[in-house]
Structure formats: C-alpha cells, structure tokens
Design a protein around this ligand. Structure first.
Ligand code: NAP
Length: 290
C-alpha cells in the first residue's frame, strides 16, 4: 500500500473486515452505525482476501493507512500464526484460542486479540445478569469448532467449573478439552442427551439450526426448568433450538448479541470511543437479517 493511503488515514480513520469470501459479513453495518451514532469520522469496509494473500495483507497493515481489521472465516487460525511469527503482540484470548478476529495498530506495532470470548459472555450476561457460575456452572456446549472454543473459554474465564463439550467428531472435542485445560470434559455428540438433566446452561455452537441446515438433533425435554439455552447461530435469529426452549418456558439467549458485543473492542481501538450495544442497533441488524 502507498503513502497516499497513509495520508488519507490521517484525515479519516479506516478499518475493514477480511475474509474469503467476505460478502456475507454484517460487520460494516455495525461499525457504520456506531460511527454515525457517535458522529465520528471513519470508514469500515469489506475486503476479500484470498488465503495466499493473507500474510501480505496483515504484515502491510502498518503501511496501509488502515488502523486494523476484523478477521473472519477462514482466516482466524492462519492470522494467529502469521502475526505470532511476525512478532505482533498477541493478547490472552487469541493466544488461548490460537485464533485471531481483531487486529489493530499501536504506533507501528501490530496487536491481535480474539473478541469472540468477550462477545459471547457480554451478551450472555446482558440476558442473564443473575447467572452465577458457582451455583449453575454445569455448562454443556455442543460443537467443537472455532466458535465453540471461544464459548468454552468464556465460561471458564467466568468461573464455570464443569464445562462439557459434545461433538460429532469426538477427537475434536478432546483436543479442545486438552487445549483449554482442566474443567472441560469431552463427550461424543450422541451422549449429549444423557447430560441434559444436570445441565444449567446449554449452548449450540455448531452450524446446525442455521438457515439451510437441519436443526440441532437434540430433544431438550430433559433440561431442568431453571436451565438457560443459548445459540450462537444468528441466521435465523430464533433458531429451532431457541424456539423449542422458549416453548418450554426456558430462558433463551440469541446469537446476534454476541456478534454485536464482539465488535465493541475493535471499534474502540480503531476509532477511539467505546460504543454501546443498544436495542436500536440490535433492531437495525435484525431487520437486515430478516
Ligand atoms: P466450524 O469451526 O466449522 O465448526 C462447526 C461445528 O459444527 C463442528 O463442531 C461440527 O462438528 C459441527 N457440525 C456441523 N455439522 C454437523 C452435523 N451435521 N452434525 C453434528 N455436528 C455438526 O464453525 P465455527 O466457526 O465454530 O462456527 C459455528 C457456528 O457459530 C456458525 O453457525 C457461525 O455462524 C456461528 N458463529 C456465530 C458467532 C456470533 O457472533 N454469534 C461468532 C462465530 C461463529 P464436527 O467437528 O464433527 O465437524
């Protein structure tokens, strides 16, 4: 990138989301909303970056005129390795998950973090402020991909003592449990139903329930009446799992709030103000999704 871009950035702070593909990303809607709400100059755009160009893109950020970027599928793990090997400052959550979703500059130094951990728990606490990890700390997370890792890390950080990860490919759940440390138990997906009677919080972190995919094949009739059911899928907003939980009168937490909350730290780094996740922003995104 050129000096021309750098001088442009002095006037208008810029950031972007990179992915391959990236058209589906809703991040521009969130950041543009906050820029307008706070009356700040700034631009946030989408950039399609193929895997072969990821390294060059990240390492040229200090010369690009951008203040940083979000990193989405499929680049989160590769971005971690590239930035770590290049001597960037890797913050705790990114190190723990070996995946990066937010990159910013401090001076010329690249910093990287994974704000999905914060995003999940901030949203969960916003919906369930009375949740106490010591009293209701039996958490069952279904799925063992990148997003499940963030969810498990969030519960461990919050103080949950007994997190079970159920996954179709049980080896992936076992690796997750090894990587994230004691307090995590791996089980095959088919054993999840048997754990429901002692589950306080159930989280779907698979891709099941997404538009165009089958629903999560888990009958939640055996969950206790105080159980909370969260889904991190946000298209549709109300997944079949959440609908079933609501029909049973259980408390539910939708996935869109996680997306909104994970965007807060990046915005603050790039544009200098900490934005708020409001009902109006939620409705703005929900309308777009619907
Ligand atoms: P991923 O790494 O591809 O993991 C997908 C997970 O779904 C794996 O555990 C996989 O099991 C499981 N799965 C897929 N098809 C299945 C099936 N037919 N039966 C049983 N399990 C199945 O994906 P990810 O990046 O973790 O994302 C997962 C979901 O979270 C996506 O829907 C994504 O949009 C959402 N997400 C939401 C947010 C948010 O802000 N709300 C943030 C990140 C991600 P196997 O290991 O056996 O394949």
């Amino acid at each position: 990138m050129t000096g021309q871009n750098a001088s442009e950035s002095d006037a208008v702070p810029r950031a972007c989301v990179i992915g391959w593909p990236v058209e589906h990303s809703r991040s521009p809607l969130i950041h543009e909303w906050w820029l307008k709400e706070l009356g700040l100059p700034g631009r946030y755009e989408k950039r399609a970056v193929p895997p072969g160009e990821l390294r060059e893109f990240l390492l040229s950020l200090p010369r690009s005129g951008r203040r940083g970027c979000n990193v989405t599928v499929p680049h989160k793990e590769a971005a971690f390795r590239i930035l770590r090997d290049a001597g960037a400052v890797i913050h705790d959550a990114a190190r723990r998950l070996a995946a990066v979703n937010t990159v910013w500059l401090e001076g010329d130094r690249l910093h990287a973090d994974n704000t999905d951990v914060h995003g999940f728990m901030a949203n969960f606490r916003a919906h369930c402020p009375d949740w106490r990890p010591r009293e209701h700390g039996n958490v069952l997370v279904v799925g063992a991909g990148g997003a499940a890792r963030a969810v498990v890390a969030a519960f461990l950080e919050a103080g949950a003592e007994n997190v079970t990860v159920a996954n179709r490919t049980v080896e992936k759940a076992e690796r997750l449990a090894e990587d994230l440390g004691p307090g995590v138990t791996a089980i095959p997906f088919d054993d999840a139903a048997g754990r429901l009677p002692e589950t306080d919080v159930l989280v779907n972190a698979t891709t099941l329930g997404m538009e165009g995919r089958p629903p999560l094949p888990l009958d939640i009739a055996a969950l206790p009446a105080h159980a909370i059911v969260a889904d991190i899928v946000y298209v549709p907003l109300r997944t079949p799992l959440l609908a079933a939980a609501a029909a049973r009168g259980l408390r539910t937490v939708e996935g869109l709030g996680m997306l909104l909350h994970q965007a807060v730290p990046g915005f603050e780094k790039w544009f200098g103000r900490r934005p708020r996740v409001t009902e109006a922003l939620y409705r703005h995104l929900a309308a777009d999704l619907e």
